[in-house]
Design a protein around this ligand. Structure first.
Ligand code: C2E
Ligand code: MG
Ligand code: MG
Length: 595
């Protein structure tokens, strides 16, 4: 029988105070192949069972010292021995108490005098039960071990996750974790309807300068020190995360209104004013902060962060080292900007741009001597759009370069056509507005040469208009290009003159032909007494430097008369004509008007 094979090596302890009983049992069981141990008293049995691995105990009851019941009770109270099955050996004449036997934990009993077959069957049965119990215990332990291992794995994975969700340099939460925080806050606001929370977007001012001057190592240390300082200035429940480079985001879970959020921003700005001591360097840094107030109006965490970032951008524009609160107009501005940008790109492809022409009048003769090319956008649904609405976007996105180049090409081509057709004189000029970015583009000289060759326009007829402020911020390189273009006989005007901050010495060094007096001054001309104010000064300045003066925005006869008295060379404005389509302007020119 497999049972015999399995359990014949089992260890059985016999406890009896009578050596004859011990001997008898020993020989019977040993014959069956069991390991037999003998104990002559309860005390010895207890000691044996704690030191040796025992599978079954056969226990006499009446013994001097500890009786069988007591030994069994003690075995059952010790975890190490509690599981060993105990079979009592009972002589009925000794007053065997079955109930007590089971109460103290006995599993069975065998009557004396012993019937060997009964003894062997019971021993075998309980051994196999015991073996099965052991197996179950082993399985239990295995399951326990597996569960533990699994838990460890999960803990490890969680730990890894935590690392992944933190910024390696500063140890702060990263963008992913921050977004989760925002999400929780949004969810809370869906339950508590008037729950609000503050979000701060912080970007260092001039961080690159520090990196470049002091090295990346110090740069990293600075970010670390900043992270600590930010943390120190926030309360427990607030979250500060590093989003990347020199950008941080802060979630103020308890900021119920914008004032509270602004107070925190102020505290942070103040804390950043203290210098950082890094490797013996005193490093100063400031930051610009954008604030948005989250609540149930927001569905997506990205939007709250985007709004805070937009406000941060505004804080930078307003002079840095300050905070700015997001308001919806900022968002509208930003999204309008984006919309225009996409539409502009399409407009280039779909050729929706038009060039309009505004006459420029020689005040001496009263005749049209040239035109200024002014860009218009023929929008499919919105109609004709003026440049104020889209040129800033085009400038910001760099789209002004292809658009402006197109205007140049188109205008030169148009004027040359009119010249060839004899509709305008050979000396008729075309003024084209030129953005600073067009000046910095690669291959500018080639481009202009090509336009002139293609259109066969006399370079002398081309006037490039460039704003005063654009000239001021441009470098020696621009001046060099201006000079090269001048050597081709192309002319230059300074547009919107008077509102920038030109230094006269600088102006003197530029190869410029014309100053265009900004319409703001022209329109205030009627108020000041003649010979005082800006316009006479600019006209005199132009004459002294051998330049022409053109008055922009001439709207009234009075303005015209004053300009004539001041001997201003040219005028341009609604008094003469608005900017017109090519067909309209050539019709006007053909009618040979004189003012
Ligand atoms: P700007 O070069 O100073 O052009 C003169 C602006 O004054 C034009 O506005 C013109 O329509 C307007 N104007 C003319 N006469 C009067 C008047 O009597 N009263 C008033 N209030 N305004 C008058 P516009 O066409 O809206 O252009 C605005 C600006 O957009 C231009 O100012 C120029 O800086 C820029 N711009 C226009 N076309 C181009 C272009 O092709 N390239 C570049 N880079 N900029 C352009
Ligand atoms: Mg202009
Ligand atoms: Mg102007």
């Amino acid at each position: 029988m497999t049972h015999n094979l399995l359990f014949s090596s089992a260890t059985i302890l016999i406890v009896d105070d009578l050596p004859t009983n011990l001997r008898l049992l020993d020989s019977v069981l040993t014959q069956q192949g069991y390991n037999v141990l003998k104990a002559i008293s309860g005390e010895l049995a207890l000691r044996a069972s704690t030191t040796i691995d025992i599978d079954l105990i056969l226990m006499d009851i009446m013994m001097p010292g500890l009786n069988g019941y007591e030994v069994c009770r003690r075995l059952k109270s010790e975890p190490k021995t509690a599981k060993i099955p105990v079979i009592f050996l009972s002589a009925l004449n000794e007053g065997f108490d079955k109930v007590k036997a089971f109460e103290v934990g006995g599993i069975d009993y065998i009557n004396k005098p012993l019937v060997i077959d009964e003894l062997l069957i019971k021993v075998q049965t309980h051994l196999s039960l015991r073996a099965a119990g052991k197996e179950i215990m082993l399985l239990d332990r295995r399951i326990e071990e597996l569960t533990e291992a699994r838990e460890e794995q999960i803990n490890y994975a969680n730990h890894q996750m935590e690392i992944v969700r933190h910024d390696l340099l500063t140890g702060l939460p990263n963008r992913g974790l921050f977004m989760e925080g925002l999400n929780l806050a949004i969810n809370r606001s869906k339950i508590e309807h008037d729950y609000r929370f503050g979000v701060l977007f912080l970007d260092c001012d001039r961080f690159k300068v520090i990196n470049n001057c002091l090295g990346y190592f110090i740069g990293d240390e600075l970010l670390n020190a900043m992270a600590r300082r930010l943390r120190d200035n926030l309360s427990e429940q607030d979250m500060v995360a590093r989003l990347g480079d020199d950008e941080f985001a802060i979630l103020l879970t308890e900021a119920q209104d914008i004032t509270t959020a602004a107070e925190v921003a102020n505290k942070i700005l103040a804390a950043l004013q203290e210098p950082f001591n890094l490797q013996g360097h005193e490093v100063f840094i400031s930051a610009s902060i954008g604030i948005s107030l989250g609540g149930r109006d927001y569905q997506q965490p990205e939007h709250i962060l985007r709004d805070a970032a937009t406000a941060m951008g505004r804080a930078k524009e307003l002079g840095k080292s300050r905070y700015q609160i997001f308001d919806i107009t900022l968002h509208q501005e930003a999204s309008r900007f984006l919309k225009i940008e996409t539409e502009l790109r399409k407009a280039i492809k779909k050729q929706e741009f038009r060039v309009y022409y505004q006459p420029i009048i020689c005040l001496n003769t009263g005749k049209i001597e040239g035109v200024e090319a002014l860009l218009r956008w023929q929008h499919p649904t919105r109609g004709l759009i003026a440049p104020a609405e889209f040129i800033p976007v085009a400038e910001e996105t760099g789209l002004i370069v292809p658009i402006g180049n197109w205007v140049l090409q188109e205008a030169c081509h148009q004027i040359r056509q009119w010249q060839v057709a004899g509709m305008v004189k050979e000396s008729f000029t075309i003024s084209v507005n030129f953005s600073p970015q067009q000046f910095s583009q690669r291959g500018l000289l080639d481009l202009i040469d090509q336009v002139l060759i293609q259109t066969q326009l006399n370079p002398y007829c081309l006037k490039l208009e460039i704003t005063e402020s654009a000239l001021m911020e441009k470098s020696q390189a621009t001046v060099a290009i201006l000079k090269q273009l001048r050597s081709r006989k192309i002319q230059f005007s300074i547009d919107d003159f008077g509102i920038g901050y030109s230094s006269l010495s600088y102006l003197h060094s530029l190869p410029v032909n014309t100053l265009k007096v900004d319409k703001f001054f022209v329109q205030n001309l009627d108020e000041a007494p003649i010979n005082t104010g800006i316009v006479p000064a600019i006209i005199r300045l132009a004459k002294t430097m051998g330049m022409n003066a053109i008055a922009e925005g001439v709207e009234t006869i009075e303005q015209l008369e004053r300009l004539r008295m001041l001997e201003c060379d040219c005028g341009q404005g609604y008094l003469f004509s608005e900017p017109l389509s090519p067909e309209e302007v050539i019709e006007l020119i053909a009618s040979e008007p004189r003012w």
